[in-house]
Ligand binder design. Structure first.
Ligand code: SAM
Length: 236
């Protein structure tokens, strides 16, 4: 599939991960643009609310029609209702309506942010909203040597494009500031054979709030004795 579909697909797969599927009900998509993520996530029955946020009012007004139900949605109904909200705003600005939303996605957003907005992003997300899950994708500049046009960025509005090392430094610094999160990285969009050392075209960081994993671990731990094995343990 084309890269943009792989990115949405990765958000979809991450939301479906059985480690937290039953604990994630609400999602905010920052920099939602034309609501491209919507068709991927609207079928997720464990989601009950999606909040879309973008700073481009004209874009939001132009594409909100894409959020209306399609004929297929009446035929293949969700198990429960889905509440959809669209907000005009910046990823850098705290908004009480987003506090405690379970998951945050920012698909190809951060590279569009000026330094002050980029600096504010982690404070709004990890300190104010405090979601259980945060999914961030951005281009991998290591991969750019494979493109014919070598000067400039992939898009005129990009303020930067980061190598895998730069992106991982940024994300690991967030973890230092907000140690109640853990981060993991992956790549999206395979290059041709022989270019594996460049990584993939896009890169993704998934931040998980530690209690999301710990709770599950505790619930799977043997509760009869204190051996911390999966339940039931061989001593019980
Ligand atoms: N996430 C979408 C996708 O993958 O299809 C689109 C990403 S588009 C490349 C970047 C979007 O981020 C634009 O719609 C732009 O208006 C929005 N944006 C730029 N700065 C923003 C900010 N500070 N807060 C929220 N959205 C912002």
């Amino acid at each position: 599939p084309p890269l943009y579909r792989q990115r949405y697909g990765s958000v979809y797969e991450t939301l479906l991960d059985e480690r937290w599927r039953t604990k994630v009900y609400t999602l905010v998509d920052f920099g939602c643009s034309e609501f491209g993520l919507f068709v991927f996530v609207k079928r997720l029955n464990h989601l009950s609310k999606i909040l879309f946020v973008d700073i481009d009012e004209e874009m939001l007004r132009q594409y909100t029609g894409k959020l209306l139900p399609l004929t297929i949605d009446y035929i293949r109904r969700r198990q429960g209702p889905l509440d959809i909200n669209v907000f005009l705003g910046s990823v850098s600005d705290p908004d009480y309506r987003l506090v405690n939303v379970d998951a945050v996605s920012a698909v190809e957003l951060i590279e569009h942010l000026y330094p002050d907005t980029l600096d504010a992003f982690p404070y709004n997300v990890f300190q104010y909203i405090k979601p259980k899950l945060v999914m961030v994708t951005t281009p991998n500049s290591d991969f750019n040597v494979l493109f014919p046009k070598r000067d400039g960025f992939r898009h005129f509005d990009h303020k930067f494009e980061w190598s895998r090392e730069q992106f991982q430094d940024w994300a690991n610094n967030i973890i230092i500031r907000f140690p109640n999160y853990t981060v993991s990285f992956s790549g999206l969009g395979e290059g041709p054979a022989g270019t594996e050392h460049l990584g993939q075209c896009s890169q993704m960081a998934v931040f998980v709030r530690n209690d999301l994993i710990v709770n599950e671990y505790v619930s799977e731990t043997c509760c009869v004795c204190i051996c911390a094995s999966a339940s039931p343990c061989r001593y019980s």
